[in-house]
Structure formats: C-alpha cells, structure tokens
Design a protein around this ligand. Structure first.
Ligand code: SAM
Length: 284
C-alpha cells in the first residue's frame, strides 16, 4: 500500500511542488498518496476565519483550536472534507528515462520506529527541535505523515497537546530563522523524507553517499568536460582506480566537514586513517 501524506494549510496551492518531478512520479507510481486540505473548510463563521487575538495581548494573531481540532480529527479518520480526492501527478513521468536508474539495485529501507498505529503529526515551528537527516530516514518508513502548517504567530498550543490522543506528534524546525508560514518547511521535510522511500530514487546509493548519511558533508562533484574555463577536474577522478577515488572522496568529505561544520566530526564514525588525515589538516 502507498505511504500517505496529508497536509493542512490555509494556502493549499503552496503544495503544488508535490505534483512535480520525483514527488509527482512517486504519486504516479502508487508509492505515495497525498491529500492537501484547505484548513478553512473547517471554519464555521461566515468569513471562514481561522485566527484570533492572543490571550495575554501582544501583536499578531493565533490560529484557533476548534478549527484545527476538527480538521485533525477528520484527517486521521479520512472523514468530512478530509475524504476529498488525492493530489494527482502534474504530468506523466513514468515513460521518461531517469538519470539514476541502475539495474538490479536492491531496495533499501531505513530502520523503523517501534510499531504504533497512530499517524505521525509533524508541526513545523521555529521553536521546534531541529529537523535532521536521521529524522528523514526514520520517517521514510511511516505509513501516514500529517503536516500542520501554521501561520501568523502559530497554532494554539492546546491543539498540539490534544492531538497526542490521536497522533504521535513532532514539533520540528527547519533552521534558525523565521518563515512566514509552515508550508515551505513542510515541503522541505516532505522532500527529504519522500526521496528516501524505496523506489523513489532509482539508485539507492544516490542517498547513501549524500551529506549527513554517514555524519559528514559530501565533498565536491564534477562532470564533463575535463577542463572548463581553465579549471581542471582533480586528476585522481580520471584514474579509474576505485580505491584511490574512494580515499580522495573520503578526504574531501573530511576536509569540507572540518572547514564548514566541525561539530559534525564529534558524532561521525571515523577510522584511524580518517583521524590521522584530520590531524595533518589541523597541523597544516
Ligand atoms: N511566533 C513564532 C515564533 O516566534 O516561534 C513564529 C511563527 S511563524 C511567523 C509562522 C509559522 O511559520 C509557524 O507556525 C511555522 O509553521 C512556520 N515556521 C516559521 N519558521 C519556521 C522554521 N524555522 N521551521 C519550521 N517552521 C517554521
């Protein structure tokens, strides 16, 4: 059965990227089904308002709990407006050759969390815990992810507390900055998760070698031509010696991580050879 994503937002049009490229193809292949729901469908007043002034005063508005509560109940049960048709892929992708297809590549799943029938509710928030590649790996196994896109000052906190009866809940941040709404954060998280679902990328190594998968940043990559504007591709990459290429890539990855994200090195699984290389870098 397809893995499912539901998104609740007052700007459902923001979710159009789900219909394109690899996400659209995953929908077309039946790997993924996506429901996008306009939160205002659950608003009950004639202006379809979803926000109100904050208790305690202050600027901005807060999203109302009654509307979110009803919407989340319906999405979990696929009832009411949440039973509407799923998103369709924007265009046929299946007959197009893909760049990363490899014959006979084994489909790979990341280890899953202990079984819990409740869907996983993801609430993007700058005050959430940082979203990491390890979260994307775990969530790529979830049968049902639901995203609650906040706007204004955010969603009344009681919605998140109440939702724990029906959902497992994660409040996550996509970075130390403040966006206008949760839609772009949802797309970021969903794209990071969906590309790890088996069958979405043709070649599983496409993501196993990526930055963060082994705790390090990936090094630079090159393609043809060999010389471009007087800039040459590193000679070793043309050598055909797989062992030398692998060591060069590892060292480039260690060097880049040391320069840009040294804190990652503390958690990465490093060999004795890696440590010796880092020591030479630190001494140079
Ligand atoms: N008052 C909130 C605060 O300071 O923590 C900021 C609210 S923000 C203007 C509105 C919405 O944008 C949030 O409810 C959340 O859905 C989304 N958002 C903004 N920045 C985000 C981030 N860094 N990560 C995830 N979601 C974010």
């Amino acid at each position: 059965m397809a893995q499912r994503i539901d998104v609740l937002s007052i700007f459902p049009e923001y979710m159009d990227p789900f219909r394109h490229a690899l996400l659209g193809k995953a929908i077309e292949q039946g790997i993924l089904s996506v429901g996008v729901h306009d939160l205002r469908q659950w608003a009950t007043d004639k202006h379809k308002s979803v926000d109100d002034s904050p208790y305690g005063g202050g600027p901005g508005m807060v999203m109302k709990p009654e509307i979110w509560g009803a919407a989340l109940d319906d999405v979990a049960a696929r009832t009411g407006p949440a039973a509407a048709a799923d998103l369709e892929s924007a265009q046929p992708h299946l007959n197009r050759p893909r760049h990363d297809e490899l014959q006979g590549v084994e489909r790979h799943r990341y280890p899953s969390a202990p079984a819990d029938e409740r869907p996983l509710l993801i609430v993007p928030s700058p005050a959430g815990v940082p979203f990491k590649q390890a979260d994307a790996q775990r969530w790529s196994n979830e049968p049902h992810l639901v995203f609650a896109c906040g706007r204004y000052e955010g969603i009344d906190q009681r919605v998140i507390e109440d939702a724990r009866r029906t959902y497992r809940v994660e409040e996550v941040s996509v970075g130390d900055y403040v966006l206008i709404g949760g839609e772009v954060a949802t797309l970021v998280i969903a794209e990071a998760v969906v590309r790890l679902i088996p069958g979405v990328l043709g070649n599983r190594q496409s993501h196993e070698d990526d930055s963060f998968s082994d705790g390090l940043l990936e090094g630079p990559c090159y393609t043809k031509p060999r010389v471009w504007r007087d800039l040459e591709v590193p000679e070793v990459l043309l050598s055909g010696n797989h062992e030398l290429v692998a060591r060069w890539r590892r060292e480039a990855s260690l060097r880049r991580t040391l320069q840009r994200r040294p804190e990652l090195l503390e958690q990465a699984g490093l060999s004795q050879q890696d440590r010796e290389y880092l020591t030479t870098l630190e001494q140079s």
